[in-house]
Design a protein around this ligand. Structure first.
Ligand SMILES: CC(C)(COP(=O)(O)OP(=O)(O)OC[C@H]1O[C@@H](n2cnc3c(N)ncnc32)[C@H](O)[C@@H]1OP(=O)(O)O)[C@@H](O)C(=O)NCCC(=O)NCCS
Length: 335
């Protein structure tokens, strides 16, 4: 089978400039890397310590980024950079990353020139994510935002993404004293699968902690009727964070194995589990598992009162999720 390739994105990006016709939103061209890196240093010096500090390295672009007018496979070059330009000056950029052969697209990082803050460019970046995800035929678009980054969270929600997980210790930033600290991020996702093809999980294939999250986070009661689509699939790595794993809600044994390893459920990703049921394409949830908060070194959680209620509730749940005692004993015995 041919590996899927990046399509031409011109038509997908064109409508994003509405209602700012003086703005141009386009894919970065090959000869513009140094110019963009210069902008990133000026716009957001904190990028130098962030998880995505590779965005400041020319090598990243020459080996990983699909430039305008090129059509590499997702495997060859998993990233595209989309920039917004006005009167010949770059004003913002968003880095998008294709995972799982383009079935998942992440909004890896948005940076706006501080001179242009509050004028809608963050919102355009979030809509760029969903427009490109549709253009490449992805099942899911997602992005992470630091818990206290209200503008990022709002931009993602306005673009239709929904809170689906809290990932402790997934971002690095400088503290007031200059030391690098790890902070948690909220994960937002949008399922692009047709509504009619989305499946509800069956209670028989969920651990108690996953079943509770299905109810509390998505307001959905797991099915108890009909046969469960039980399958042995196992875990998959995810670009969300190196320590995290995706586990389909169809695979009870894989959920149990993740919990026995000491991982905890951080959230549920809608529509990322593409599978066939009775010859028909269906899209189920994956559970996002990761190390518990107290093992990630995550510090500096924002005050609960500063967060919207749904996010505050998920933060409380994730911070309270600790490694099961049996897994701790197993880990100590193995050490
Ligand atoms: C976060 C960032 C991308 C936002 O860009 P922006 O162009 O200022 O955002 P927008 O003008 O599109 O605003 C997006 C939403 O946030 C709201 N908003 C903007 N600033 C806000 C603030 N300080 N507090 C709360 N909401 C804010 C806007 O009103 C808008 O919501 P609305 O659509 O409901 O009106 C930009 O500040 C930035 O580049 N920051 C540094 C890098 C960074 O943090 N990147 C994100 C990594 S997760």
């Amino acid at each position: 089978m041919n590996s899927p390739r990046w399509p031409d994105l011109v038509a997908a990006l064109m409508p994003l400039v509405h209602p700012s016709p003086d703005l141009v939103v386009r894919q970065l061209a090959e000869g513009e890397v140094d110019r963009l890196i210069g902008c990133l240093h000026r716009w957001y010096p904190a990028l130098a310590v962030a998880e995505v500090r590779y965005m400041l390295s020319p090598d990243f672009y020459t080996s990983q980024v699909a430039f305008a007018g090129h059509a590499p496979t997702f495997a060859e070059r998993p990233y595209v950079m989309v920039v917004a330009e006005r009167a010949g000056e770059l004003e913002s950029c968003v880095l998008l990353g294709a995972e799982e052969e383009g079935r998942v697209l992440s909004g890896t990082m948005t940076v706006v020139s501080p001179a242009a803050y509050g004028r809608g460019l963050g919102g355009i970046a979030a809509r760029t994510l969903t427009a490109v995800a549709r253009a490449i035929g992805a099942d899911v678009a997602y992005a992470l935002a630091e818990l206290d980054n209200h503008a990022s969270r709002r931009a993602l929600e306005a673009a239709g993404l929904m809170l689906c997980a809290v990932v402790p210790g997934s971002e690095r930033k400088s503290s007031a004293s200059g030391a690098v600290v790890w902070v948690a991020e909220a994960m937002y996702a949008l399922s692009l699968a047709p509504e009619s093809a989305r499946t509800l999980p069956h209670a028989a294939t969920l651990t108690p902690s996953v079943a509770a999250l299905v109810r509390d986070l998505w307001g959905v009661e797991p099915r108890t009727t009909g046969a469960p689509e039980q399958a042995s699939i196992g875990t998959r790595p995810t670009g969300v964070d190196a320590g995290c794993r995706l586990v389909p809600l169809r695979d009870l044994a894989a959920q149990q194995a993740a919990e026995a390893e000491g991982l905890v459920v951080l959230g549920l990703v809608p529509g990322s589990d593409r599978h066939i049921v009775h010859g028909v394409l269906a899209f189920g949830f994956d559970a996002l598992y990761g190390p518990p908060a107290d093992r990630t070194g995550a510090g500096a959680w924002p005050a609960q009162a500063s967060l919207p209620p749904r996010l505050a509730a998920l933060v409380t749940r994730v911070r309270a999720s600790s490694e099961p005692a049996a897994a701790v004993a197993h880990r100590h015995a193995a050490a």
